[in-house]
Structure formats: C-alpha cells, structure tokens
Design a protein around this ligand. Structure first.
Ligand code: SF4
Ligand code: SF4
Length: 409
C-alpha cells in the first residue's frame, strides 16, 4: 500500500475532516453537501471542560468505538496508529470485525450515562486515545460515530438528524465492508457469527482478566487468525485498498450477517436499572437497510436543512440575552464574546437549558429579530458587510435551534 494514497489522508466533508476512505466508499454527491458548521464543537478548546466538567484528557472519548477491521489495518501502517492498535489487540479489545466492547464494558457505559458520567468517566475510556497528548491515534481512520459526533448542534434538531443519518449510512457501509473484507481473505463471517451466538450463552465468561475479551473467547472467534490478528487486519485493509474504486457498489451488494442471539443475550445481561439508557436503534430488528436506501433518506434530510421559513421570524420568548459579566469560569473563558444568549427552561424562568456566548456581530444580527421580520436579501447584505459569513444561514440555524420562532401574529 502506498502511504501517500488519499485513502490514508483525512478529507474535508463540508469543512469537517473525515477519514480519507469516505471519498471512495460514499457517493461523490455527498461532498457537495453543505453540512452545519458546528461552531460550538471546538474540540481543541473543548467548552465542555468548563461547562460540564469533562475530563480534559479524554473529553467525549469516554466510550468504546467499534472501529472496523480494515480501518485498524490501515492504522497499523502508520506511526501513530501502530502501537495503539497493537496494544488494543494485546489487551483483547478487538475481534475479527474490529474493535468491539465486551458486554460488561457496554454495561459500564450505560451506567455512566445513567449517572451523567459521560465525559467524566473513570472506567469507560477509549483505548485508542493517546493519554499524553489527548489526540486520537487513528484519527484518519476513526469510525462513523467519532467522525459525525458534535456535542452541540448549531442547527438544533434538524442538524442532529442530518448527522445521525450520516452516521447511520457510514456505519452500515463500514459493517458491509468489514464483513466483505473478511470474506475476501477466506474468513467465514457466518461461522464467526455462529460462534459469537454460542459463546453468548454465558456472557460472564467473555471478559478476560485485563477487561477485554478473554483469550478463550478470542481463540474461538479468530480461529486460525488467533495470534495473527495484525495479519488479518492488514489483509482486510489490503482488500479494501485494492478495490477502493468499487467500495460503494460492494457495500450495497454485501449481505450483512448479524449475531442476533448474542445481541439478545447482551440485552438480557443489562441490569434493570440501566434499561432506560439502551438506545433501541443500536439493535437490529432483523431487517438490514441497504446503504443506498439510507443515502436516499439522507439526501431528503439535507434538502430540508437550509430551507428558509417563509413566515416572519421573531426571538423566542424563552431566549434571554444579557451582557457577559465574566463572573464564572465559562464566561471568563469566553471573554472575547460580550453577550450571553440563554435558552431558558421556561418563559421568564431563572434557569437555562443551554447558553451560548455571542460576538458583537452575532448579537447585532440577532437583535434584528426583537421585532418580527422575514429573512431577506437586504438583511443578508447588510450583515455580510459587517463580516458575518452568510448571515441568512446563521438565521436559519437559529430557527433550527428555536432561538427564533415563526411569528404567530
Ligand atoms: S465534540 Fe467532544 S471534544 Fe469536541 S467540543 Fe464537543 S465534547 Fe469537546
Ligand atoms: S477512536 Fe479516536 S476519536 Fe474515537 S473515541 Fe477513540 S480517541 Fe476518540
């Protein structure tokens, strides 16, 4: 493999860096999309460290991502990824499909969510983050969840739905390519799923002494590749690399196998108190949706994303804007933003659901809506000259976030 190939370099998806393989495994049209800028997810200066007391080292990397086998294979070719992927394998955190949490690790994650420890976890920490630098060691190959997660969506529910559908599409393509690449190297995915189902009859035996999958379970699941895991991942990466121009078609023609008994037993393994934290969409109902159908759905969602409301818009009564008095940690950190927008839990209330710090120019633009008004070319022009990039789009985002609402009069 040529390390200078584009598949090894992150690529830009509407201003966001995503793995280079995206340019091969997804329809080209996706790169014409205008995705939300997600200005609040400033990962290199994570706001949640101040506002939510997230760990400064891990921030939102307090979960165990399922990274596909071929992606681990690509990472093994790189200086930053080689050691972390090797450690992942040595500690038993990966299976033939790629990295995968054990049922116990999943319960720990649900417990964190229940007790609001996401971002603050002591137990659930991604094995692929470099603790010294806080950087992702497989950044150019990270999975669908890591590539599309933004802790805050500038565009509110519409933006959230755009990213979750992008994630769903990419995740389905990743699963298909992971299984296809295993079959290319002569590894039976159907037998692997049967073994996983069989092993799940006693989930307590699956974790090993170091916390990952036990040696016995990995021996059964990897078969002849047990002890040769890096060889398996590299071969999967090579198969993907050799067929990079056909990945979208491959993903759409691949039958995705599932270990449904394992999934069911894993669900039963969750203590009742954490049931409320289970996301039903993480589990298949037996019907696999083809990537091309997910793509159709995503295109429709994207089309609606920037639709201008025809009615006049006005500031929501639950919005309160005040001066930034720099009287707490977060306000001090945002000292360059002189105004605070608070989205109150109820009209005229004294607690807020969330708050944003506004620049003077954002404040001026938002203040236009103290009285009901329509989005117009004139308004756009006036504020663009004040160096706000695409004011109308900013207004549509505020509308999506319910900062602006349709005028009822
Ligand atoms: S996405 Fe994660 S790292 Fe980035 S700003 Fe949000 S919490 Fe911080
Ligand atoms: S793979 Fe990288 S981005 Fe994803 S959780 Fe781990 S360290 Fe964070």
């Amino acid at each position: 493999m040529n390390l200078e190939d584009q598949i090894f370099k992150p690529t830009s998806f509407a201003g966001h860096l995503v793995p280079g393989i995206w340019r091969y495994m997804l329809p080209q049209e996706i790169f014409d999309f205008e995705a939300p800028a997600e200005r609040r997810a400033t990962c290199m200066d994570c706001p949640n460290i101040q506002s939510e007391q997230y760990r400064p080292d891990y921030r939102c990397c307090t979960y165990h991502p399922a990274v596909p086998n071929y992606a681990l294979g690509f990472a093994l070719e790189t200086t930053t990824g080689k050691n972390s992927v090797q450690a992942l394998i040595n500690n038993g955190y990966s299976l033939p499909e790629g990295s995968l949490h054990t049922p116990q690790e999943w319960v720990d994650y649900l417990a964190d969510n229940k007790y609001e420890k996401f971002g603050k976890s002591e137990k659930v920490l991604c094995h692929l983050l470099d603790k010294k630098t806080g950087f992702c060691t497989i950044y150019a190959f990270r999975n669908s969840v890591c590539s599309t997660f933004f802790c805050e969506n500038d565009h509110g529910k519409r933006g959230e739905s755009f990213w979750s559908q992008t994630q769903e599409l990419v995740s389905q393509v990743e699963a298909a390519l992971g299984q296809w690449s295993l079959e290319q190297v002569g590894f039976s995915v159907a037998n692997y799923m049967d073994t996983l189902n069989e092993l799940s009859k006693d989930l307590t035996k699956l974790p090993g002494t170091k916390g990952g999958w036990s040696a016995a379970s990995r021996k059964a699941l990897f078969g002849k590749y047990y002890g040769r895991e890096t060889e398996l991942y590299r071969s999967c990466a090579q198969a993907i690399y050799d067929h990079k121009e056909d990945l979208w078609d491959i993903a759409n023609s691949q039958t995705i196998h599932e270990a449904s008994q394992f999934e069911l037993n894993q669900l039963k393994f969750v203590p009742k108190e954490f049931d409320s934290e289970i996301d039903a969409s993480d589990f298949s109902d037996g019907d696999t949706i083809e990537p091309k159908d997910l793509w159709k759905k995503l295109k429709k969602t994207h089309k609606k994303l920037w639709q201008e409301p025809e009615q006049k818009l006005v500031l929501n009564k639950k919005v309160q804007i005040s001066k930034n008095e720099k009287d707490d940690q977060e306000s001090k950190h945002n000292k360059g933003r002189p105004y605070i927008l608070e989205f109150l839990t109820k009209k005229n209330g004294d607690t807020y659901e969330w708050r944003h710090f506004l620049t003077k120019k954002e404040y001026q633009l938002l203040s236009e809506f103290k009285k009901p008004r329509k989005i117009s070319t004139k308004l756009n022009k006036r504020h663009r000259s004040k160096q706000i990039a695409e004011p109308n789009k900013r207004i549509i985002e505020w509308f999506g976030k319910k900062v602006l609402v349709k005028d009822k009069k």
